[in-house]
Design a protein around this ligand. Structure first.
Ligand code: HEM
Length: 53
């Protein structure tokens, strides 16, 4: 689902999840996403964006 999507788009969605403006899967996920550093998020997105659909 996330594979092949652009990292800037995904980063915007993660920021929205962190701010509580978008629901991820469960409400607690907002706290989980805030617990990752920006560098960790960037590394995860770089990896995801390179996977095949
Ligand atoms: C067991 C792990 C995971 C589950 C069950 C899960 C579940 C979901 C679900 C249900 C949605 C759709 C929400 C909606 O309809 O609005 C979603 C979207 C999303 N998830 Fe996850 N997710 C998981 C892991 C992750 C991870 C590890 C990341 C990134 C670090 C991530 C980032 C995102 C993003 C950015 C979206 C929005 C995608 C879009 O707008 O197309 N998810 N996830």
């Amino acid at each position: 689902m996330l594979t092949g999507q652009h990292t800037q788009y995904l980063l915007r969605q993660i920021e929205n999840i962190r701010k509580g403006e978008r629901l991820h899967d469960t409400p607690e996920d907002a706290e989980l996403f805030r617990s990752y550093t920006d560098e960790e998020i960037a590394n995860i997105l770089a990896w995801i964006s390179r996977q095949d659909d």
